[in-house]
Design a binder for this molecule. Sequence first.
Ligand SMILES: Cc1cc2nc3c(=O)[nH]c(=O)nc-3n(C[C@H](O)[C@H](O)[C@H](O)COP(=O)(O)OP(=O)(O)OC[C@H]3O[C@@H](n4cnc5c(N)ncnc54)[C@H](O)[C@@H]3O)c2cc1C
Length: 230
Amino acid sequence: MTDIKFRSDMTVDLLAVTGVYPDERAIAEAARVSTLGKDTEPGEVEGLVRYLVRSHHTSPLEQVDFIFRIEAPIFVTRQIIRHRTLAINEESGRYRELEGVFYVPEEGRRLRQVGKTGDYEFTDFPEASAYAREVIQDQSGFGWDAYRSLLDAGVAKEVARMVLPVNLYSTMQVKASLHNWLRFITKRTFAYREKPQHEVAMVGDKIKAHLTEHFPVVVDEFDKTHKGDA
Ligand SMILES: Cc1cc2nc3c(=O)[nH]c(=O)nc-3n(C[C@H](O)[C@H](O)[C@H](O)COP(=O)(O)OP(=O)(O)OC[C@H]3O[C@@H](n4cnc5c(N)ncnc54)[C@H](O)[C@@H]3O)c2cc1C
């Protein structure tokens, strides 16, 4: 097993916030078009934004885009790709040699699934932690060695990658409107009704933190009015 690294974290870097303004004024400006700017004063941005979010008046939230660069294992990027309203470019294993960076769950990650399909929870299983981490690391190493040996034998990258496991990290650039990122976090964080996988929620939490930093009123009102939604 050579040249491989293990990580237990996710990267979500904010590349851009695009809109008439990079903050809540963009939402208010868009909404004011509806009334030709006659009904609200500049100081009323917060009240207007709260009203829009509370009333599910979502089109002004589509006037702002967030672009993120995400590094996550393939089993997480697969879940992200299911969201069709995201615009995505992902790293190619056909055109470049992949890097040997693999996900391994941190020691405190809950490992035992208890309950039935659709209604279960995860509980601590500390006696399996070291064993699970060891098996995952060993398998990552076997996969990586097989990948490198196929490349060394002259096999094309798009074929050699077939032996790699889904805990290999991938990189994607993802763009969506604020509205669609809010929809995303209802599915991919634990703050709402859904029960996402722990690892995709690590990404969802970081996305939510970026949204909150730039649009604190939107996220605050969204949380107040959408906690039961998914
Ligand atoms: C806990 C959890 C478990 C999951 N398990 C599985 C699983 O086992 N297998 C699996 O395949 N997926 C699974 N998913 C993925 C899930 O089924 C959705 O595909 C994913 O969450 C994207 O949700 P979305 O459709 O709301 O998002 P988006 O695809 O972003 O779409 C947002 C909304 O836009 C509309 N829309 C977008 N595209 C279309 C279209 N083509 N036609 C009509 N309306 C459209 C719909 O109203 C949709 O709700 C799971 C998701 C979660 C959160």
